[in-house]
Ligand binder design. Sequence first.
Ligand SMILES: [Zn+2]
Length: 369
Amino acid sequence: MATELHETIYVAKQERHKNLFLNYKNLNNFPVELLKDEGLQFLERLYMKRNSLTTLPDNLAQKLPNLIELYLHSNNIVIIPEAIGNLARLQSLDLSNNALQLLCPEIGRLRSLRHLRLSNNRLKCLPAELGDLQDLETLDLSMNQLKSLPERLHRCLFLQNLTVDHNLLTHVPRQLCWLHRLNQLSMAANRLNFLPLDLGRSRELQFVFVDNNADLKGLPSYLYNKVIGCSGCGVSPQAPHADLNDALGKVLSEALVGLPAEVKVVGSETDGVVPLEELALRTLHRLHHHRPTDLNLLPPIGLPRSLLDLLQFPLGHCHRCSQAMFTIIYPKLFPLRETALAGVHRRTTVSFVAYCCSSHCLRTFDLQG
Ligand SMILES: [Zn+2]
């Protein structure tokens, strides 16, 4: 095997190969032939899946400066060196099915990266620098132990496909709704109990999977007419919904629709008056977006950090009139069993929830409209 490996690398150097296949070679270490001398500076794709590598060499970028794709699926990689950030041309990195517990912040220096696959590792958190990967189109984080996603992820404006199945997520950042190219979002088998109010507002988002999130009782009504997977949602193993009669089921599902922590006041149809704080934020937001120069005319505004963040990324937008909302919402439930999707998802008790800005919008909102 060693001779065969030696020969493969020798030929690749001699013939200036762009692709090198070293899958299934029982490698415990990066072959020294890859890293000594020059000769592989033309290499663009390196395939090393299903070996037993535990780490990557520091001088990888120095020796393989033109690497565009690196496949390391199914090894035992525990750590990747900071020098990974030097692979300036790397567009595709597959580290699925390894033993990664940490991802170094230098990953954010891979500015050409378009596809990053990290599924089936032991990641408990991610560096905020992932948000610096501005060309990223595919991010697969499924089968890890993530409890949250980096909020800066919304800076990956080219992201089209985000997969976070089989983690421990209780929520996803509402800023994800700002990813206007996101086409597929898969969050199956987590611990989600609510989804961002604006999820599905973007026309580009067409596929949303939230299957097997037992605590999830409500889907934003923007998701109506999108392809959604939601079987196994709203299904508590302790209280199978099949035993509940309709009236009781309705009361339960209404009581259990989760809401983001930021919502301080939940309006109801009888709450005709929108609180002053909310009105102030809506006014500031309108100024900020439509006439930002007018803000300079106002005395300096000392808002707490949490409200400044909200001003930049509202809690959501009214599902009826698209007005930005910050601290108060009026929810309206449409149980799935009353919609066309009921037959598709027999095991679920989730509802569609329209989040409205006022009692007027609440009254006039209809799913079909
Ligand atoms: Zn409204």
